[in-house]
Design a protein around this ligand. Sequence first.
Ligand code: NAD
Length: 258
Amino acid sequence: MDMSGKVALVTGGASGIGAASVRRLAGAGARVVVVDLDTDAAHAIADELAGLALPGDVTDPATMPAAVAAVEEQYGRLDVVFLNAGITAGQSGIEDLDLDGYRRIMGVNLDHVVFGLTAAVPALRRAGGGHIIATSSLAGLTGMPGDALYTATKHAVVGYVRAAAPVLAGDGIVVNALCPGFTDTPLIAAAAGAFHDAGFPLLGADDLADAVVAILERGQPGECWFVQPGREPAPYGFRGIPGPIGSPRPPDISWEDH
Ligand SMILES: NC(=O)c1ccc[n+]([C@@H]2O[C@H](COP(=O)([O-])OP(=O)(O)OC[C@H]3O[C@@H](n4cnc5c(N)ncnc54)[C@H](O)[C@@H]3O)[C@@H](O)[C@H]2O)c1
């Protein structure tokens, strides 16, 4: 993949999947921008790759618009946006609910994707098109009973991507979701021993960087790509939902008109 002359912004780019992807994108010739809560780590990887660090909290509605503006000011364009920052809930969310924690995971895993996509679209249009990838999870495609709130946020990301993609495809903006299986990063460090003891294979962060490249090269609007150990990353095959018997497709409705 040749990304010479392209500019890529990655949220959560200071660790794990984001950091591996930032390195891969920079290796392909892109200028990279790291948005991350971890100021020191964001500067460290940006300095290493001659990129731009924009430390910030992606749950703040001002962070992504400011980041997009800073990227355009610094580099004159924006081509790829990887909305990847994410956290786990660390609580049941079923038997009991810590409200601050609930707001936090909704803020990082869902609000940030909505704030990031809406902030990026005008810049991608100015660049003549581009690519937005939002990190969901296999928990965006099936229920993960151990973390119901995480599952809810990642399903929401899949739904948002699938609804936004057809709207933006006409402008040459391709929107996809990345749905990793369990990946050996700091996010799941506490459970790494359990996976090891069970003989369950984990992905490496580089496997997800490979998948990001595959999506940038071959992703079609609205596809949600699963990634599992030993398998080629590929779009998940959603089943069509049953329509009313004997009816045509529903009309395209813009609720803004109603
Ligand atoms: N590791 C897995 O098993 C796995 C599986 C499926 C999906 N994912 C998803 O992949 C994405 C990346 O996770 P990872 O495994 O690389 O984790 P990670 O913890 O290594 O990296 C997450 C990064 O996001 C940053 N971040 C967290 N909250 C932030 C905020 N409010 N503002 C800005 N930055 C913030 C962190 O500082 C960190 O650098 C997440 O969306 C996660 O849900 C991970």
